[in-house]
Design a binder for this molecule. Sequence first.
Ligand code: WTA
Length: 659
Amino acid sequence: MSANSIDSLQHEGRHFPPSDSFVSTAVASPDLYDQANRDRLGFWADRSRELLHWHTPFTEVLDWSDAPFARWFADGELNVAYNCLDRHVLAGNGDRVAINWEGEPGDSRTLTYSELTAEVKRAANLLIKLGIGTGDTVAIYLPNVPEAVIAMLAVVRIGAIHSVVFGGFSAESLRSRIDDAQAKLVITADGGWRKGKVSPLKPAVDGALALDKGTPLSVEHVLVLKRGDNDIDWVEGRDLWWHDEIETVGSEHEAVGFPAETPLFILYTSGTTGKPKGIIHTTGGYLTQVTFTHKNVFDLNPEKDVYWCSADVGWITGHSYTVYGPLSNGATSVLYEGTPDSPHPGRWFEIIEKYGVSIFYTAPTAIRSFMKVGRQVPDAFDLSSIRLLGSVGEPINPEAWMWYREVVGAGTAPIVDTWWQTETGAIMVSALPGITSLKPGSAQVALPGISISVLDETGVAVEPGSGGLLAITEPWPSMLRGIWGDPERFVETYWSKFRDAFDTPVYFAGDGARLDADGDLWLLGRVDDVMNVSGHRLSTAEIESALVSHPIVAESAVVGAADEATGQAVVAFVVLRSEHAGDQTVDEASVLLRGHVTEQIGAIARPRQVFIVEELPKTRSGKIMRRLLQDVAEGRAIGDTTTLADASVMQLIADRYKK
Ligand code: WTA
């Protein structure tokens, strides 16, 4: 093993080949891999022509001469909204449901492809009336309601650029994103429903726009959707009600084609430090890969399936797999406004039962929170419509994978563990159901047309069985095209660590990964989180998995804390499953779990300490913030908690374990 690689200590040997019945009807066929291996660019060009409507066909596939600045399908023209809407209506599918929307208080709304198309045309006309044109940016700060989708599609329909800001972000964060993108219009709502009450949005917009940043404000208008019915302030002339304005415009709008490298959206990744990066995606390549992956990874049959991705539209998963992928494929989706446990812990399962969801895509953090409350909650609902499950956002540890399959997937549904990033735009690594023999906890293989390697620090590919750094070695259609306004940071952050044999930059993803003997990938977490214990580089993900494999544990986070003897020592934070919370004292549980990790992995990984906590600190998109836990483990004052979904969680932990 190379000295620069990440040591891997996990042993997981279960395999689940697809059932014969799944294989016989599967959407993806094994020859996709052969085609892509023979001719990668030809493969993507074929997919793009077959899956999308091009107003002007492209003749060029990829221009990589200015690497890492890529141009895909650059001389072609298309309209993303036309691909997501009009073409389905023209094909005779206007009566198919596009969105089954469920509000948190229990109200609901169904939009067919015809209805959604009509709404988007009107909204496009309204944007034009408000002075928005090609290349302008529009900030969208809305709850998970149909108008969020309508607004996004209306913006792209006219060749403008959206920047969706998740409704949980503060006035300050919203303002920095508005300024960075120079948004001319903000589309928001009075408020939206979260956790059983109206959570106000318009006041945050008012606050954001009132901040004195010493620079002229780019925003001319604020378009306000009435949703929460909460009292709000009003700035005459600037603020406009959506329902009033939409009445003033016509319903006809013809979608024209725009060049394939027209920016589609900017999406800010918060990261753990520094100024958020405005990740830029463009139209043709993005829509090609998103449409292809949504169809093949999720085995989508648009005429029959009911698909639900639980991600908020404010995240990349919401962009690619709640909005663009499903609509481009003409799928029927569910869109839910609220939180998983409002008004009761079974709300998501109730929605699956109500709409007969057949394909369900969510994050490990949600799965583990359901493990914490116990299987009696999902067991109270009829989940028999489910035939495929997906996971994204973090490594899914094998025990959570097994639980998901047993409890939500009736022990039979294939699970696709999909690895990708805001930057990659679409899924990059995943099983293809019906082809791949599944391994719990492994994201498995690069998709057809995608080239992934695991490299050591010096850029040499690691041997099977070892861990290293995940790199993407060839450009891909939905790749980020840059960081808004900061090309140097783009090159520096993603393309400066490795170069290939032709001296072309290689994309470094920032994640650790292990390649097993079969060539399957196991994600090991962010490289920044890797620990060094007695000279061994250990990944957080594997030790966390070992902890979660104990029946009393629902969730865990592991950090490296400075240690005189070993350099760093493993410190674990553990959330117990509700039904076991009172079984042992805290000290007993700690002894039990330290012993369990020793058994599962070895003494090298045994936690120096195990802290039992009620909840783990997470970002608004559900990622554990290990940096803050490290502050506690090292006895420091806790650092910046502004990116946490709930800062009180961290305060509780700090109070309990203060030295
Ligand atoms: C992590 C979300 C393991 C990873 C689409 C990545 C995963 C970051 C997986 C991107 C997975 C995402 N297994 N880790 N299946 N999917 N990640 O930008 O660390 O919110 O770099 O995009 O999430 O997070 P982002």
